[in-house]
Design a protein around this ligand. Sequence first.
Ligand SMILES: Cc1cc2nc3c(=O)[nH]c(=O)nc-3n(C[C@H](O)[C@H](O)[C@H](O)COP(=O)(O)OP(=O)(O)OC[C@H]3O[C@@H](n4cnc5c(N)ncnc54)[C@H](O)[C@@H]3O)c2cc1C
Length: 319
Amino acid sequence: MCKVLNLSSEWIKVDWKKRVHNILSRPPLENEPMSLHTSLRIGGPAELLIYPQSLEELKDVFRTARLDDIPIFVLGQGTNLLVRDEGIRGIVVNLSYVCSDCRFMNDTVRAGAALPLSKLAREAADKGLDGLVFTTGIPGSLGGALYMNAGAYGSTISELVSEVGVLDYDGRYQLRSREELDFSYRWSNFQSEDVVIIDGVLDLQPGDKEEIITRMRAIQDERRFKHPLLPSAGSVFRNPPGRPAGKLIEEAGCKGMLAGGAEVSLQHGNFIVNKGNATADDFLTLVDLIREKVKNIFGVELELEIRIIGGNGSEQGRR
Ligand SMILES: Cc1cc2nc3c(=O)[nH]c(=O)nc-3n(C[C@H](O)[C@H](O)[C@H](O)COP(=O)(O)OP(=O)(O)OC[C@H]3O[C@@H](n4cnc5c(N)ncnc54)[C@H](O)[C@@H]3O)c2cc1C
């Protein structure tokens, strides 16, 4: 009886992959190491990493996935992710072939979710449009920035957004107006929905091109000095009210702590860096040690900012 069940579940597994293969004009990558697709250079294999060539392909994949109850994970540029060593079950979607355009109309821009934020900011600056300077040095895509409500220097991407286009997992495209969007510190409504961000409209302001570029350069220089060069996923923890997480971590004596190939950066307490061969388990060991120390010394419970995905059920979100 057991054998029959195993055989039939294996058959279903092969079958959904075959169906997804048949939909896509670019062959998907099977068991692709996620360490090749994250800024941390850590992460086990994605069962199927797909690069849809059109929204129609993506919609068809979603419908197939729904039918077989296959989990979907949307990857931006992987700069805010820790993928567990066990990898990600189901389908990982890379949107770079379908959502990387941008179109400027007077002071607004409609941009694809996969467009790198740095490219968008640079194009806006070249057109003498101000508003995105604070994003200088935030790696990742527009979709990732909207999902995470990325920000720096007291500003967040949510302040610029007037509309977002999403595709739900039934393959329906919907436009969300500003009133239908909800953002707070490193949080957006997209974190509690099963949708893929396809594009967004940002409202910018006219400015002086040279002056905008000068401010961008100043931020670039500052970040180069502040941020470690080794692979990381940016700030690991959210800043609790009152004091930055990095300061608490530093004062708790965690800087330089090691677990396998992972290290609490000596340069910035809220960064955990990969010294070359770190695993997700090494990283998580440090996360637990930092939390424990900060809790014992300051009574503060640090919450994760990075997204942890993969392992059992490919779940996302906080630990
Ligand atoms: C050196 C360094 C510095 C950083 N500095 C900052 C900073 O100053 N401020 C800041 O806010 N962040 C910072 N970050 C974190 C990170 O760059 C941002 O969170 C960024 O917005 C993530 O974008 P991404 O495309 O890489 O998303 P990913 O890391 O690929 O994904 C993050 C989450 O967004 C979801 N997602 C991505 N695209 C889509 C989509 N199209 N539709 C639905 N969901 C999607 C993913 O499923 C995942 O849950 C830094 C990171 C590094 C490595």
